[in-house]
Design a protein around this ligand. Structure first.
Ligand code: PGA
Length: 232
């Protein structure tokens, strides 16, 4: 059983997938979704679609929220190609920060991620901070003077991402508890890595886990609906 009243999050991390037409078709299908009060369903499309997706959600009165997949580690300034937290603050409520693909392909450091977290919080948005076991303590240590009331963590073990081989719910629970000890007792912790409709419940039934950050299984609208329905 999913614990009654526990805040739950299902975040669709679309990465660099989908055209605007596909995004529109996906959002249209979300009209059939019944989302319980305690569940926040969050879609993270690419930057160019945030504005129109936000408008479509408002127009169709969908109970969906939006996240950016990244932001600049700098504020406004001479940083060609970067998108600041201030630029997206009216378009979304959440920002995924420090995904392992950002670390791997764009060489983001703990300090870059800490800078992003500060800027996201200053823009009154909630950062979804991705972490993994080998650097849990080091990443948390770099987050100085952070007010955790708007922070969400996502524990994403590298080997589980896109592999079809998720971590065990018991181990994810241990990491979630450790993250709370290191940060704040009530900070939401999500699990990410090969989550599907078939296994999401095994994670959310762990009392320290508040939902999932989902890549592959969030791309097909029906597969996403099936996954979110598991949270009812
Ligand atoms: P996956 O990706 O669900 O495809 O494993 C998760 C993620 O990268 O956030």
């Amino acid at each position: 059983m999913v614990q009654a009243g526990k805040p739950l999050f299902a975040i669709a991390n679309w990465k660099s997938h989908k055209t605007w037409v596909e995004t529109q078709q996906f959002l249209k299908m979300m009209a059939t979704l019944t989302i319980p009060q305690s569940v926040k369903v969050i879609i993270a499309p690419s930057f160019p679609y945030l504005k129109n997706a936000s408008q479509s959600i408002t127009d169709a009165k969908l109970s969906l929220h939006l996240a950016a997949q990244n932001v600049s580690p700098f504020p406004f300034g001479a940083y060609t190609g970067e998108v600041t937290a201030e630029m997206v603050k009216d378009l979304c409520q959440y920002v995924i920060v420090g995904h392992s693909e950002r670390r791997k392909y764009f060489h983001e450091t703990h300090q870059d991620i800490a800078n992003k977290v500060d800027l996201v919080l200053s823009a009154n948005l909630s950062p979804v901070i991705c972490v993994d076991e080998p650097y849990l303590e080091a990443q948390v240590a770099s987050l100085t003077n952070v007010n955790y009331s708007r922070v969400i963590f996502a524990y994403e073990p590298l080997a589980a991402i896109g592999s079809g081989e998720p971590d065990t719910p018991e181990h994810a629970q241990t990491i979630a508890q450790k993250l709370r000890e290191l940060t704040a007792p009530s900070v939401p912790v999500l699990y990410g890595g090969s989550v599907t409709a078939a296994n999401i419940k095994s994670f959310t039934q762990m009392d320290a886990i508040n939902g999932a950050l989902v890549g592959g299984a969030s791309l097909d609208p029906q597969s996403w609906i099936d996954l979110v329905n598991q949270l009812s």
